[in-house]
Design a protein around this ligand. Sequence first.
Ligand code: ADP
Ligand code: MG
Ligand code: ZN
Length: 319
Amino acid sequence: MRYETVIGLEVHIELLTETKIFCSCPTEFGGEPNTHVCPVCLGLPGTLPTLNKKAVELSVRAGLAAGCEITPISRFDRKNYFYPDLPKAYQISQLYLPLCRNGSVTLDSGKIIRIKEMHMEEDAGKLMHSPDDNHTLIDCNRCGVPLLEIVSEPDMRSAEEAVEYLEKLRELMRFAGVSDCRMQEGSLRADINLSVRPEGQTELGTRTEMKNLNSFRAAERAIKSESARQISLIENGENIIQETRRWDENKDATYAMRSKENAQDYRYFPEPDIPPIELTDEYLDGVRAAQPELAEEKRARYQAEYGLPEYDAGQITAQ
Ligand code: ADP
Ligand code: MG
Ligand code: ZN
């Protein structure tokens, strides 16, 4: 029997704003732990969030760069869960009315990878576990850094396609001035949803989700390893469990982290502290007019205006 691998990606990018999404703390990477914080991003009782206009503008730019429809009236929702890196015990995100929908990224082969939606949300803090497992430290500097989560449809069929999609998406977001997309610093993070199915079958198989891939190479290896693991389970007559798995770089294998939660588990409800975001046609026209030239357009222009070969135009626009 031959199997087909099916992959959908959830990519988080940090938006290039100077301040956080709901307060005036700096978003700058690093800094002494817990120095880029205030009562709002620490989630102290009685504080209120104020939406950062620039975060909305950059998200609209991201959506336009990937050919999305921009939702004229969108909203934030509250996603409830407890984890030590989330002092408020909820994350402000967008579930019901994401800002951008129905975009795409085109691979070199001409294949189109559909983007289901892009929604804004706030980042959580960082946990640092001590090597002896005796204690864990919490750094809240990253709490409230604006993120855009870009959700693809399950349109990729190999590690190579997934990596190319990530490269193309990174190029789009960099040229649009939306994010620096540095995987090492965590300003681009990819979660990989993967299932396998017998070739020719139309329904999707049960998927697992892999988190914390911090390089394209890790993503590629994780996909190959997880796809082989699922195929061998099926061949042995066993079931795939829908769960979140973590990629272990050193062992070249994934291991179970937790069973997958459903949207219901988070008790989402409309965020009462932030009014809906209403974007007028005038506003959208303004953002569209100020959109920087994207890599693809630059390459075409260099070839047309200066007669450069495709390869050279590609080299010049690589960064
Ligand atoms: P959730 O809200 O549980 O994360 P979504 O429906 O939003 O689930 O899907 C999350 C990601 O998983 C999307 O990128 C989607 O393309 C991908 N995905 C969904 N079903 C499958 C599947 N059976 N195989 C591979 N990827 C999938
Ligand atoms: Mg998800
Ligand atoms: Zn703050």
